[in-house]
Design a protein around this ligand. Structure first.
Ligand code: SF4
Ligand code: SF4
Length: 381
């Protein structure tokens, strides 16, 4: 569950929601709660399957106390994720508790533990959205990814049960080496069911820094082929390139809404600015929201991009997905350093879409001409 799983992707980008989204100093109205890191599957790309990940899970009462704190702060949109959420035997109790507190709930699941009883329960108490990940179009590919015999049929049955009950289902896939050959079939199947479909194509390292999962990353060329080369895509990236050239980059590593527009609570009750940044946990079981805001301000202020990092002056910094969290995960905890994979994607895209530098007339154009090229990019040029 990577960045594209961030709660901001799950909420409508209407004017109302944009207005509701928090400003610095507030607590966000949208965030995610990871109920457990336990899961019945063992996916090849999973970023939370590492030794010791499942220890220290909160009790039912502790989760309820966290939900109370979030409700008191006016949190409205809550993404409930895992691990596998239905692996918690108190799921129904916690879900109903959260519903009664008035949260608008989105559920992320692999769908394999949804039986008639769970589907009936959800039909009685529908979430705002329930999202299931598709790991393959055939049994062979799906179970090659999940390493769980029998999971393909159970996932398909889970989807069927939710559709029969007209629940607000959405489907997504994680494109990786083991299933990329079935991407088009996955997409056609999901769209044929008439439900919203999206995909993620970025496999991230494990949260303990483990990189074994990166062998599932598709190539930069495959990544860009999924992104497409339409005129709309070209215009989008040209705009980002123009903006990046005309605005000097802030030396702060956090330029996103982590902790300001979103938050993430893990199964131990630790609060983080986002799902992928776990380096500076704040204990929400014993702490206060005021304490968290101070903690966050210090984190955002003090985490800077190293002076010698090419990311500081890179022309692709706005388009690049290498955020503070992902760069730290791939650079022994140092935020703001480049990652070869992202560099290759950005520079290959520039060539592929025939993007032009300095299309805008900006006072900072001269400065922007001094942009540095990451050494890692030489291979991509
Ligand atoms: S279903 Fe999700 S949480 Fe479970 S192993 Fe797969 S990726 Fe990880
Ligand atoms: S393309 Fe490379 S150097 Fe540029 S911002 Fe992304 S990771 Fe940093």
């Amino acid at each position: 569950m990577a960045c594209s799983d961030c709660i901001t992707h799950q909420i409508a980008s209407s004017e109302l929601v944009n207005r509701l989204l928090s400003k610095p100093g507030d607590f966000p109205i949208a965030g995610s709660l990871e109920l457990t890191l336990r899961c019945n599957a063992r996916c090849r790309h999973c970023y939370i399957m590492f030794p010791g990940a499942t220890t220290g899970e909160m009790s039912t009462d502790q989760v309820k106390a966290i939900l109370d704190k979030l409700a008191e702060q006016g949190v409205l949109f809550l993404l409930v994720t895992g691990g596998e959420i239905f692996a918690r035997c108190d799921f129904k109790e916690l879900y109903l508790y959260a519903k009664r507190l008035g949260f608008l709930l989105t559920l992320f699941t692999n769908g394999t533990l949804i039986d008639e009883e769970m589907a009936d329960f959800l039909a009685e108490w529908p979430p705002r959205r329930i999202e299931i990940t598709i790991y393959g179009h055939t049994e062979e590919t799906y179970e090659k990814v999940t390493c769980l015999p029998g999971s393909f049929k159970r996932f398909r049955r889970g989807v069927e049960l939710l559709l029969e009950r007209k629940l607000p289902l959405a489907l997504k896939t994680m494109a990786m080496k083991s299933n990329i050959h079935e991407f088009e079939q996955i997409q056609a199947w999901a769209e044929g069911l008439g439900v919203p479909f999206r995909f993620d194509s970025m496999v991230n390292p494990q949260l303990d820094g483990g990189t074994a999962v990166l062998k599932e990353r598709i190539t930069p060329e495959q990544y860009l082929s999924l992104e497409g080369t339409s005129e709309g895509t070209r215009r989008h990236y040209q705009k980002l390139l123009d903006m990046a050239q005309s605005r000097p980059r802030s030396p702060k590593a956090f330029t996103c809404g982590a902790g300001i527009k979103t938050f993430h609570v893990d199964p131990r009750g630790k609060l983080h600015p986002c799902m992928m940044w776990r380096a500076t946990p704040y204990d929400l079981k014993t702490g206060t929201i005021k304490g968290w805001i101070e903690h966050l301000e210090a984190l955002r202020e003090q985490t800077t991009i190293p002076e010698d990092s090419p990311c500081r002056t890179c022309v692709h910094h706005i388009a690049c997905n290498n955020c503070a969290a992902t760069s730290a995960l791939e650079n022994n905890g140092v935020a703001g350093k480049p990652v070869d994979y992202y560099c290759k994607i950005n520079y290959t895209r520039e060539k592929l879409l025939n993007l032009h530098r300095f299309e805008v007339n900006s006072p900072s154009t001269t400065e922007a001409k001094q942009t540095t090229v990451a050494p890692a990019l030489e291979t991509a040029r």
